[in-house]
Design a protein around this ligand. Sequence first.
Ligand SMILES: [Zn+2]
Length: 470
Amino acid sequence: MLRITNTHTGKKEPFIPLEEGKVRMYVCGPTVYGLIHLGNARPAVVFDAFRRYLEYRGFKVTMVQNFTDIDDKIINAANAVGVDYKRYADRFIAEYWVDAHLLGLRAANFHPRTTDYLPEIIDIIQRLIVKGHAYVADGDVYFSVKSFPRYGELSNRKIEEMLSGARVDPSENKRFPLDFALWKAAKPGEPSWESPWGNGRPGWHIECSAMSMSLLGESFDIHAGGNDLVFPHHENEKAQSEALTGKPFARYWMHNGMLRFSGEKMAKSVGNIFNAREAVMRFGRDAVRLFLLSKHYTSPIDLSEEFLQDSRKAARRVRDTLKRAQNAGIAEKFVKADPWVMEVESRFEEALDDDFNTPVAVSLIFELVNILNTALDNNDEERAARAYDLIVRRFGPVLGLFDLQEEERKRADEENLFDSVMNVILDTRNHLRKQKQYELADQIRDKLEKLGIKLMDTPQGTQFTLDADG
Ligand SMILES: [Zn+2]
């Protein structure tokens, strides 16, 4: 039985979907005003993997992840470079897809954009006004927090606490400091849409309610995002949605911990890997995903170059072992689900059923890599084939790790020549060894080693590894 930490109750709870066998989930997506950084990549990778696990567990998952394509940040950034806000947002949606590919993120079932949901947003606001949960003030529309007594329930905050921290902008016409904007009256030079309250644009929170309820229904299973969104974004989404429908909005709220940048020195040194794209370019997809999945999703992660380097070395070790198994013909073998395979699978499932404990699942994969290496050393093909199958075909795809198809494609693109040249060198060296010209063969080995290419003579033939990790 899968259990997850529900922010709403603060407890680890059994996960029971509204409809048996089906999961409807909404993940708050990026505001598209720039390239995503590793902090944005964390929820994307974590909930991508979580969705894969739900599917592995047999659930039919409908996943929605939005693009916020209208927002102060987008308008300001677009103005700064002198382009229309829409062109600007389109550009960074396109960039997002580049990064999604680099990070190995599967597309959700729906990727709605805020500006495609204006009729739905306006309809919800209208109904909230009619029900007395919202009011119009000078072209703005605000949600009335006092009209929803359970406000604060999700983030576990008391109204008095929230009031003490509330800042009121004198230009706003709120009746109560915690009220929040559902609709903002148009300001000169800003993009705007027609509405019953005059031209304007939607507030941030209402868009997620409109997109999630339109695509998933008034009640759905999981609402997810970074824990910086719990308050006010998710608290507000919940209040306005439940005030509207009188039904529970999301049943489970899942939040990932933040990526931390502590200390100025570290901030400087991590400046260039902060960007998700650069991190993947420098360390590789598997390293970045390992880095993000090696800590429990609810915990914070400190961004460090060292941790990313270690992840890269670990990923390289796995790949070298998988390659060794492929060269030995292990990949083609068929594997029966014997008791050992079933035991390992149940350990994997136990870990991920326990609040999606990816650190334990990742360490299980490394354990299998060791088993695979030993089995290859001992020419134990049966065991090697079982371990290989579990890594590559069962567990890797759940965490989005060690995608060999991608590897093959990349190899075909880039590394083909290098591999061919290496094969020529290795063939020549083997030839020399057969002719007992060991001195020459050793010279080749030593010279390659100086270039960071290490040769290993194994029962399956000569292998090489690139020791570029320093
Ligand atoms: Zn949202």
